[in-house]
Design a binder for this molecule. Structure first.
Ligand code: PLP
Length: 411
């Protein structure tokens, strides 16, 4: 009979053995289940703007609608010409030199291109320097591609700036590249030009490719400005990532891009590989591509949200003040992006397993966060807070975190 057939277990590929992406991991699964059971969960876990009432600029929404009838066909695998021209212009504004349309790849979000850039480069044993903490897709993409992520420490005591000595100490003959996430997720750090120049110098000395994730480059507070690291040299290979998800509050449009710049002459073979990978997935989602030109060329509504008194700026201030009022909690004030990465004093909160800690917070207080080790932070003493909810919800959520921590201390 049929039931006599013994099916071997279907297991995931060994390529996935060490790949980890905790932002959408087991704690989120538990939160979903609690929601199905009828509980309201306050979510401070994902940098997704739309559910919190941050609307995409109306002109780009209308653009997508208007162009939908023309978006049914495949495009060039790097993307439509007009948005790539607009990205080219944006590179000129950011002083990234020598970028032509063919150096620009549009993708289904920066995420797809990050994975593609690693798949196209790495052989087993190759090493990539990745920040700790990081946006964990980077570590996952390196690992999936067969490489090894070597984490360099960003120094909380120095406003989360990369520790240059640690970077140097972690370079080996197998190191191919360095990943720089600036502005940073999860720390909210924004790097100075001097620091970027030091990073360029290290990359130059060790012939490293620079992968620059700059997806928050317009989400800047206190009048800060952003420098693209690729604007600081033309003798290294740079691949710069950006997109509409954050600066234009259009995560769901899945419209991102990567720009190859600098010393491209020595990278023809790699660029061939990138073109092949782009062709294999035919092209990125075309309706999303139509939003890019108008987004880059239009009024930059993000500026209204990040200026003093703007909604994002206010929420950052409120969240930072309330969190740092909690005994044993400290936090570097973010200068950019959508996140806070507070530290729990281990003497007061002796946490051994921060995923369990976050799960207990969820069960007890119905607040969802992501644990610091989910960002490849080496110790269980941090968590990430997304400051997207309205002020009242933030006050409610952080009040709950404070109550949970109060109980935790008294255990
Ligand atoms: N890079 C960083 C630093 C991010 O925080 C994110 C999303 O949170 C991404 C890349 C992915 O963005 P996209 O929506 O373009 O795939």
């Amino acid at each position: 009979s049929e039931s006599a057939i013994v099916h071997p277990p279907v297991t995931k590929s060994s390529k996935l053995a060490n790949v980890c992406y905790d932002i959408r991991g087991p704690v989120l699964a538990r939160a979903r289940q609690m929601e199905e059971d009828g509980h309201r969960i306050i979510k401070l876990n994902i940098g997704n703007l739309a559910p919190f009432g941050f609307d995409a600029p109306e002109e780009i929404v209308q653009d997508v609608i208007r162009n939908l009838p023309d978006a049914a066909g495949y495009t060039d695998s790097r993307g439509l010409f007009a948005p790539r021209k607009a990205i080219m212009q944006y590179c000129q504004e950011k002083r990234i030199q020598g970028v032509g349309v063919d150096d620009i790849f549009i993708g289904n979000g920066a995420s797809e291109l990050i994975v593609m850039a690693m798949q196209g480069l790495l052989n087993t044993g190759d090493e990539v320097l990745v920040p700790a903490p990081d946006y964990p897709l980077w570590t996952a993409a390196v690992t999936l591609a067969g490489g090894t992520a070597r984490h360099y420490i960003c120094d909380e005591g120095a406003d989360w700036m990369p520790d240059l000595a640690d970077i140097r100490a972690k370079i080996t003959p197998a190191t191919r590249a360095i990943v720089i996430i600036n502005p940073n997720n999860p720390t909210g750090a924004l790097y100075s030009d001097d620091l970027l120049r030091d990073l360029v110098q290290i990359a130059r000395e060790h012939k490293l490719i620079v992968f620059a994730d700059e997806i928050y480059d317009k989400t800047l507070y206190d009048g800060a400005t952003h420098t693209s690291i690729a604007s600081l040299a033309d003798d290294l290979l740079f691949v710069t990532f950006n997109g509409l998800s954050k600066n234009y509050r259009a995560c769901g449009y899945r419209a991102g891009w990567m720009v190859v710049s600098g010393d491209k002459r020595h990278a023809r073979d790699y660029i061939d590989g990138l073109n092949m990978l782009a062709s294999m997935r035919l092209c990125s989602n075309v309706p999303g591509q139509f939003a890019i030109q108008t987004a880059l060329g239009g009024y930059q509504t993000i500026n209204d949200l990040v200026k003093p008194g703007g909604r994002l700026a206010r929420q950052r201030d409120v969240a930072w003040e309330l969190l740092t009022d909690i005994p044993g909690v400290s936090c570097v004030k973010p200068r950019a992006s959508l996140y806070l990465f507070p530290r729990l004093d281990p003497k007061i909160y002796p946490i051994e397993d921060d995923q369990r800690f976050i799960l207990e917070l969820l069960e007890e207080q119905r607040v969802l966060l992501v644990q610091g080790t989910g960002f490849n932070w080496p110790r269980p003493d941090h968590f990430r807070v997304v400051f997207l909810p309205h002020e009242d919800d933030l006050r409610d959520a952080i009040g709950r975190i404070a109550r949970f921590l109060d109980g935790y201390r008294k255990r």
